[in-house]
Design a binder for this molecule. Sequence first.
Ligand SMILES: Cc1ncc(C[n+]2csc(CCOP(=O)(O)OP(=O)(O)O)c2C)c(N)n1
Ligand code: SF4
Ligand SMILES: [Mg+2]
Length: 304
Amino acid sequence: MSAQAEAPTIDMDNVQPEDHPIAPFIRMDRMPHIWCPTCGIGTVVKCYAAAMEKLDLDPKTIAIVSGIGCTGRVAGYMNYDAFHTTHGRAIAFATGLKMARTELNVTLFSGDGDLSGIGGNHFIHAARRNMDLLVVLVNNFTYAMTGGQNAPTTPLKAISSTMPFGNFDQPFNLPHLAASCGASYVARWTSLHIRRMTKTFEEAMQRKGFRFIEVIAPCSTLYARRNKLGTGLNLMQFYHDNSEIRHGEDTRNVDIGFQEKIICGKFVDEPEKTTYHENMHTHYEQVLGDKYVPMPPEGGWRDE
Ligand SMILES: Cc1ncc(C[n+]2csc(CCOP(=O)(O)OP(=O)(O)O)c2C)c(N)n1
Ligand code: SF4
Ligand SMILES: [Mg+2]
């Protein structure tokens, strides 16, 4: 027998969708999904599922929340308790869920428009409170689902359906927005960084507080085509050639310019930073002493 184990052979003629390694994490009855070929949103789902496979957490302790948009569809495809909420209200909904069911590990997936446009106010306050939520924002530089309008993330000079002569409206630097408001974990990857993104999801799931992960994944159909950036493969090549990993970089330096270098990495990681719930309990214990009855009780409401 050779020292190296033989690789299992796959009978390609009889492979079923259910044989895919991430199938247990996906609602396979909802396939095919709505996303365009080469869209990066599916890659984000794949990386999250791969992280969940490694973590092997009790599915009953997981909840997924999304707003509205192409990215907002993620909640409907994940095989967990999931909530497809209204446009811009994913963080507000997730905050309420976490307040009532503290034992849940709540992950949000939503778009740049949903979370930083109409939902921007909820974003800054949840980060300020270090609310215990994992927020995955797919930044495709546009309002994709509604036709490629200018978003608060559209790079200067980029063309959108509402800025046909190029954008002059200063975009957000989202990692800096999150970090400056108080998020305890901030990272950015592109949809090319499959392994790093998966590891970041794995790590962030085990942290507490407001954890913000931005994934750059330009909409190939509306943003890339309109800006003549080529196919999905060209976008991957661009990320390959123009991403620079700078862990711990000051978030003031991670702005994104049109077709300019994309700074990626883990920028903030403060595992000891206290969360909203911890601050609340500490405060009431101090001011009320024995009279304080934590609600919900420690460990949450869950009954087996
Ligand atoms: C209150 C409200 N306003 C507007 C809309 C229309 N709408 C649906 S999705 C969307 C934009 C979504 O953009 P983004 O969050 O970036 O998601 P993407 O489609 O780019 O993934 C808008 C404006 C809506 N559904 N509800
Ligand atoms: S329109 Fe853009 S963001 Fe939406 S699925 Fe297609 S490529 Fe993805
Ligand atoms: Mg978008």
